[in-house]
Design a protein around this ligand. Structure first.
Ligand code: FES
Length: 164
């Protein structure tokens, strides 16, 4: 039976970034019409939207999966989970930007030949940007395959990515 009361579903993982998504949903009163805004927040903190994120947001807001996927694929602003074997999300939030995020992206572009939002030609690494990964004290921060790498340095980052 349909109900308008949110009964609470736990986040897909204990990744702290889900808290930012939860806060956004709470502020919007878990209203279905907050879908685009919540997807926007989710993409900002994770860099992309994967199946877990879409179903979590959809269930929390009471929006059917077809609608959630419809919205996520209709707007070119949204990026679904990248196809690369590995994922590298470079934070370009204020703290990371000030501490050299652009140099990280420039090094990735030069050495791996890939721009944010794209995957290396060999399909190994997808590179994405996020606004704040919630690790500002370690700026510039990068998340590689779900693991946060703080105080990232261009040469070392490229090295890590090349060894994946
Ligand atoms: S601004 Fe990069 S982690 Fe917060």
């Amino acid at each position: 039976m349909a109900t308008s009361t949110f009964v609470g579903r736990s986040a897909p993982s204990d990744d702290k970034r889900w808290r930012q998504v939860d806060v956004r949903m709470r502020r919007l009163g878990y209203r279905p019409d907050g879908l685009i805004e919540v997807l926007h927040t989710t993409q900002e903190v994770f860099g992309y939207l994967d199946d877990d994120a879409l179903s979590y947001v959809g269930e929390s807001l009471g929006v059917p999966p077809s609608k959630v996927y419809g919205v996520a694929t209709f707007y070119s602003h949204f990026t679904l989970k990248p196809q690369g074997l590995h994922t590298c999300v470079v934070c370009t939030g204020t703290a990371c930007y000030i501490n050299g995020a652009s140099a990280l992206l420039a090094a990735i572009s030069k050495e791996l030949g890939v721009q944010p939002g794209a995957t290396t030609p060999d399909g190994r690494v997808s590179v994405l940007k996020a606004r704040c990964l919630g690790a500002c004290s370690m700026a510039p921060a990068v998340v590689i395959d779900g693991e946060v790498h703080g105080h990232a340095v261009p040469a070392r980052l490229v090295d890590v990515l090349e060894k994946l």
